[in-house]
Design a binder for this molecule. Sequence first.
Ligand code: FAD
Length: 400
Amino acid sequence: MYSSSTAAGNRLYVYEVVGLSQNGNTDSLDYSIRQSGSVFFTVPYSRMNQEMRRISRLGGKIVSIKPLNGIAPVQISADRSPAPQVIAEPPKVQEKTPAKAMTQAKEKTEIPVNLYRPNNPFIGKCIENYSLVGEGGIGIVQHLTFDLSAGNLHYLEGQSIGIIPPGTDANGKPHKLRLYSIASTRHGDKLDDKTVSLCVRQLEYQHPETNETVYGVCSTYLCNLEVGADVAITGPVGKEMLLPEDEDATIIMMATGTGIAPFRAFLWRMFKEQHEDYKFKGLAWLIFGVPKTANILYKEELEKIAAEFPDNFRLTYAISREQQNSEGGRMYIQHRVAENADEIWNLLQKPNTHAYMCGLKGMEDGIDQALSGAAAKNGAEWSAYQKQLKKEHRWHVETY
Ligand code: FAD
């Protein structure tokens, strides 16, 4: 939840639940009244979504939610699975959490995986599909948002979802799913826990033999998707790119192109949303490689965060067709990493520094090379050091 322990955060709500197993583990809920098959729970606002998911897991169906002080209840249709995203009354003001709340023990966040599989995907609706490439930019990259309110699909920052394009492949079989990194936080772009967003580049290449232009099946389908259209979604999947809960961590993010997607989610969570249990105070550093300024995806959002949080967010671009590296060639992400290699190396010495890489498959080698020099200066061998970082779950890679 993005509320804090404000008046809204402390408010209590009563859930009416049916179909709950009497033997289920309901111990953390205030399990107060029972009548005619319904069970009533009193839940603080700050735990609403968590308890919704818990009730769902226990097989229960929430049929109404109402504030304890008795305003009209929120009715939930009984003919569908519980909708964990429903929020009875979101807080209007986002206030800072008092220091006391920050000392409370944190609860372990569960990682949702494969809530929807290809044989029974979630059908979401496209509610937004807009271009992320400015005039004069290269290629087509779209930001898409899907409505999840009709089901139970939820996710964490850094996970991916699968999209199954309609139709069949060359063998007449239904298309297989394609994975896309989630570009929104768990709360979604509308901050109501009811949406998921993606950042999709239309695949376009020249056929090596015929020289014909070929367009990717799923990326073309998504980039051209109409608002209001249904989309088959699977997942979520992925544990590699999750954000640590440590509020003081240093998070180094290296992205090329649509590899920005998980980092947009990280940055929104760190800087744009307010949370009771996560107040980022560390350093986030994004090194972002694109061909042209017009291809800087989410440029305004990124630069706004950089302007508002200069002590906690650093933004470094590598714009290959507009900037030159020290040797006069194109400026790729590995050149920016090389320029900053000593500092990155020093940051990696802190046990709460995490490095992330996301985007084009080819980016890994250059970055390894860039960091090898800094490691050698410090008497270390980069590949052995990187292995250790991976073992400590501090070096995260998702390239495609
Ligand atoms: P397809 O129709 O499946 O065509 C792809 C095939 O075309 C390739 O397998 C290859 O055979 C061929 N091909 C591709 N390029 C060339 C070339 N230059 N020359 C010759 N043949 C070629 N994509 C995003 O846009 N955004 C994301 O956030 C994103 N996240 C991802 C996360 C993960 C974990 C993974 C694994 C992939 C991610 N992708 C992302 C890539 C995405 O899954 C698809 O692979 C991509 O959209 C292409 O799918 P398609 O159906 O359009 O192409």
